[in-house]
Ligand binder design. Structure first.
Ligand code: ATP
Ligand code: MG
Length: 370
């Protein structure tokens, strides 16, 4: 009897990429380093859903920790319904813990009023150590009044924190919806604040990532380019497609992962892993949805969208739309990286994975609201 052992799929979906599973982001890590050396207090890392915010924060946690730096990680999703007092207590206790400050000495009553004084007292207890606080899912501050106030308290502490020689640095990961709301963000955090954007991988990083399967079933160069073309280097989509292609190659007992295998697995992977796209989609305005819906249908037959194809398709789909002022909307979708220019007045979807999802899953009645 032969025992055929199957290769373990090395791609990861659904949990943050850590250690040797973490790829790319060298520029961002460099910028984080210069933020830590600067006199800024706050750093916002914004990026779309599933672009790798948590992975980046966890990588910062693992790599910047040393004898003189303590790192605190707080996922605000788990504090979404907490009172302000509870959130402040959680933060203060964690910082105290890193500095071995006896929490018994802290008067947690009236923390809302004494927050700054207590924080300074704790920070002064060990002047050799810097604390970096990583706030994940900071965009939940839009969904809870206390969290919103929590952000206010943090931004109000900027001046006082500047006076302790930058020994407390605050890093916030923000999802697409919140980062889209520029005004609210800028109104709260004005001074000593830096912003960085987390975007997709370059082709080189995708090449590195797919080497995860090199020792079992390697990817052919054409297959890698196809993954990149279909995902535009979005880390999550890249992993999803590589994962399915690997499994399929395993079933076929193929020695390598070919372009054809990747192509065959494209629609199945859009179907299996569309959740992240659904979340992004739900955060879009009605007009954005309408434009993307029509464009997604145009691009099923054409290689680019322009005004002619767009109007023609809308007509064929029976969508009645007021087309006045539509150009600024297209430009906004390009700026937000949903669409990308393809010559003058022509464009394509930035990510084919997302286009296909819209084409397959969004129903006309969902976008027909005006
Ligand atoms: N640096 C990376 N290297 C390899 N894979 C990555 C990297 N960053 C993200 N990924 C892939 O993307 C997926 C999502 O990553 P992560 O959970 O960090 O994103 P996120 O932006 O925090 O998502 P969410 O918006 O759901 O909180 C991971 O499970 C992994 O498959
Ligand atoms: Mg996350």
């Amino acid at each position: 009897m032969t025992n055929i052992e199957s290769n373990k799929n090395p791609f990861i979906i659904g949990h943050p990429a850590k250690g040797s599973d973490f790829f790319g982001r060298k520029d961002l890590l460099c910028s984080v380093k210069s933020f830590l050396q600067s006199d800024s207090i706050h750093l916002f890392l914004s990026g779309q859903r599933r672009v790798g915010k948590t992975s980046l924060l966890q990588n910062i946690r693992d790599n910047f920790k040393n004898n003189t730096t303590g790192i605190v990680y707080i996922n605000l999703q788990t504090g979404i319904s907490s009172r302000l007092e509870t959130l402040l207590k959680r933060l203060v206790s964690k910082i105290a813990g890193k500095l071995k400050f006896d929490t018994g000495k802290i008067n947690f009553e009236d923390l809302e009023i004494n927050f700054e004084d207590i924080l300074i007292e704790i920070l002064k207890s060990d002047t050799n150590k810097t604390i970096i606080v990583l706030f994940d899912e900071f965009d939940v501050m839009y969904s809870g009044a206390s969290i919103n106030k929590f952000a206010e308290v943090l931004s109000n502490s900027t001046d006082i924190l500047s006076r302790v020689g930058g020994r407390l640095k605050l890093i916030y990961a923000l999802g697409g919806n919140y980062s889209g709301n520029k005004n609210a963000k800028e109104n709260l955090f004005r001074s000593k604040t830096k912003y960085l954007n987390i975007s997709s991988f370059e082709l080189e990083t995708v090449r590195e990532l797919v080497k995860l399967s090199e020792s079992s079933i390697p990817f052919e160069q054409a297959a890698i380019r196809t993954i990149y073309r279909l995902t535009s280097g979005n880390p999550y989509y890249t992993q999803c497609l590589a994962y399915r292609a690997f499994d399929y190659a395993e079933i076929l007992k193929s020695k390598s992962i070919t372009e054809k295998i990747v192509q065959r697995q494209f629609v199945p992977s859009v179907k299996s892993f569309g959740n992240a796209t659904a979340v992004i989609w739900n955060g879009l305005s009605d007009m954005d949805k309408l434009i993307l819906f029509i464009s997604a249908h145009v691009l099923e037959e054409q290689i680019f969208v322009d005004a002619y194809f767009f109007f023609d398709k809308a007509l064929k789909l029976g969508i009645d739309i007021n087309f006045r002022n539509i150009n600024p909307k297209f430009n906004k979708l390009k700026r937000n990286k949903f669409l990308c220019p393809k010559g003058i007045n022509r464009f394509d979807f930035e990510t084919e994975f997302m286009r296909k999802w819209i084409f397959l899953f969004v129903k006309k009645k969902e976008v027909q609201c005006n």
